[in-house]
Design a protein around this ligand. Structure first.
Ligand code: IMP
Ligand code: MG
Length: 172
């Protein structure tokens, strides 16, 4: 049986998400945001974040596959489900659950840039900064974390534990 240790509690997450939403609302004042959630991991973070925003937003989703299964990256990325919104000339904010090697987000940024949005930024819930294999900096970061594989608040391990309200680190 795997042991899980709480890393961020629901209360800590709620507080940080509110702070992030305040910053984003300030930065996008007077604009409308196209918010693109990266499925599946970002769905809970995105739902909480947009409900704290003070600017109007349009919601869409994209799904990419980057991890085969478990905790090891397959290294291959492809779009499994594309957005349905025309983002040309729009202010686009990608919402992601976690950035690890940076490969997924670099790939996604390149793909979406080709569609000529007016602006393109990234808001990520968790950032494993020291694990980068490719340079990538998110515009908005919930928490910067150290080593470890985390589950909960939308994040999974083999599709398990997305429903947990706290974010937990998996211990062997
Ligand atoms: P990257 O391309 O290595 O940055 O991988 C990012 C993707 O890997 C994320 O969108 C997650 O789906 C997955 N991932 C990376 N680390 C974790 C983790 O600790 N828990 C759950 N999923 C993770
Ligand atoms: Mg993800």
């Amino acid at each position: 049986m795997t042991i899980k240790e709480v890393l961020y509690t629901k209360e800590e997450i709620d507080k940080r998400v509110t702070e992030l939403a305040d910053t984003i609302s300030r930065d996008y004042k007077g604009k409308e945001i196209i918010v693109i959630g990266v499925l599946k991991g970002a769905f809970i973070f995105m739902a909480d974040l947009i409900r704290c925003l003070n600017v109007p937003c349009i919601v869409d989703f994209i799904r990419v596959a980057s991890y085969g299964s478990g905790t090891v990256s397959s290294g291959e990325i492809e779009i499994k489900k594309d957005i349905e919104t025309n983002i040309e000339g729009k202010d686009v904010l990608i919402i992601e659950d976690i950035i690890d090697t940076g490969l997924t987000m670099s790939f996604l940024m390149d793909k979406l840039k080709e569609r000529n949005p007016h602006s393109l930024k990234v808001c990520v819930f968790l950032d494993k900064k020291h694990r980068r294999e490719i340079e990538f900096n998110a515009d908005y970061v919930g928490f910067t974390m150290d080593e470890g594989f985390v589950v909960g608040y939308g994040l999974d391990c083999n599709e398990m534990d997305r429903f947990l309200a706290n974010v937990c680190v998996i211990k062997e």
